[in-house]
Design a protein around this ligand. Structure first.
Ligand SMILES: Cc1ncc(COP(=O)(O)O)c(C=O)c1O
Length: 402
């Protein structure tokens, strides 16, 4: 592999995010290919047995096995780290593999975690079910309330865990304030940045220690593959995450890494256009529905904070139809262009009913506590002409008598 400019820190340090998204991390083979090479290989060969021994002993650079290293996956890891402004990144097979590894790699029985209540259903399951099963105590709080983070700290608190904006309530956490509280107490902050992506929000600039992703969402951006990523300091990735990652194997496939590399090239363009489209659609729906939760709208209670820490509000928001499940399902069923789908970050407009899909596994009481009611829907606004999306909502709302 030729170490071309995409991996040269002296050159990449002056590159702006849009350049990093296209070229960051690129390592060309001897063929000089323009696009990143896809290395579909499980293993690697050695010229001599002594070379194999030296690589396993860490005395010789080079790859040994694709659970541990792969050239295509490594290009993706370097590109994400550059976009995030992180020293290092490790890719994973899914976003949930990233969240699980980011938490379990640093926690032991007897530790305590404070987490925001408003979160993706499986992230809540990690906090409510998996961690306690292994003797790790957890406290969930209203992540919007900065004082609640401080109040929940115990002598054994090791980690703060939150997503912002949160799925699907769109609660916004003050990253700088919460990370400052954590830092003062030696607590590690893990931020799930799936909704914003590094193109709109870089939590490390506000003091986050670890940033984890579902790269399935905006990074792929076209609904093709599942992927995840964990960013941190070089020391944290090497000494805390890597032993867990290498030995438990939540590794990303080279093919999926290649697809996400291609996705990153257009991330900036897509997320900015989708944010513009989402704002237009949210403004329309705000005039027709009881409530729309979009941090890009002035009516969102945390609009100012969101706009301080995000460059745009992203493609996703939630809304309340009024009534109950029948009304919410009625609107979904009446849509002709917008698909019923529980994925997000796609270039297509997709809508789902969280209480019966993404947050079905959460206890009803916990759902209601954060505002996931039966009449709530979550929308991902795609790259279609927003006027067509608005026209679809207009006809669907009229079809259900609104
Ligand atoms: C905020 C958030 N975190 C994590 C995940 C999990 O990602 P994946 O489906 O790639 O495992 C999701 C999925 O929707 C999500 O919305």
């Amino acid at each position: 592999m030729k170490r071309k400019s995409g991996q040269n820190p002296d050159i990449t340090k002056n590159w702006k995010p849009a350049t990093l998204a296209v070229r960051g991390g690129t390592a060309r083979s001897e063929y000089g290919e323009t696009s990143e090479a896809l290395f579909l290989t499980s293993g690697y060969c050695y010229d001599r047995a002594e070379d194999a021994a030296a690589r396993f002993a860490g005395e010789q650079t080079g790859m040994t096995y694709s659970r541990l290293q792969n050239p295509t996956v490594e290009m993706l890891e370097q590109r994400i780290a550059l976009l995030e402004g992180a020293e290092a990144c490790r890719a994973t097979a899914t976003g949930m593999a990233a969240m699980t590894a980011a938490l379990l790699c640093q926690l032991s029985a007897g530790d305590h975690v404070v987490a925001a209540k408003a979160a993706f259903g499986s992230c809540r399951w990690l906090v409510d079910t998996l961690l306690p099963k292994f003797g790790i105590a957890t406290t969930t709080i209203d992540g919007r309330d900065t004082a609640a983070w401080e109040a929940a700290i115990k002598p054994n608190t090791k980690v703060f865990f939150f997503e912002t904006p949160a799925n699907p309530t769109m609660d916004v956490v003050d990253i700088a304030a919460v990370c400052a509280i954590a830092k003062a107490r030696g607590i590690t902050t893990v931020v799930d940045n799936a909704f914003a992506s590094p193109a709109l929000q870089r939590p490390m600039e506000y003091g986050a220690d670890v940033v984890a992703y579902s790269a399935t969402k905006m990074m792929d951006g076209q609904g093709r593959v599942l992927a995840g990523a964990i960013c941190g300091t070089r020391d944290w990735i090497d000494s805390v995450l890597l032993p867990f990652h290498r030995n438990t194997g939540p590794t990303l496939s080279a093919f999926n890494a290649w697809v996400v590399l291609k996705g990153l090239e257009t991330l900036d363009l897509r997320i900015r256009r989708q944010s513009e489209n989402a704002l237009k659609v949210a403004r329309f729906l705000e005039g027709r529905l009881p409530k729309v939760n979009y941090p890009g709208l002035e009516s969102h209670p945390q609009h100012k904070l969101a706009m301080r820490q995000m460059e745009a509000a992203g493609p996703i928001f939630s809304l309340y139809v009024g009534g109950g499940r029948a009304e919410a399902h009625g609107l979904l069923n009446a849509l002709e262009l917008v698909d019923i789908s529980n994925n997000i970050g796609d270039s297509r407009s997709l809508m789902t009913h969280p209480a019966s899909t993404t947050h079905y596994g959460m206890a009803e009481e916990a759902r209601l506590e954060v505002g996931i009611t039966e009449d709530m829907l979550r929308l991902n606004v795609g790259l279609e002409d927003p006027d067509d999306v608005i026209a679809d909502f207009d006809q669907a709302l009229r079809a259900i008598g609104r």
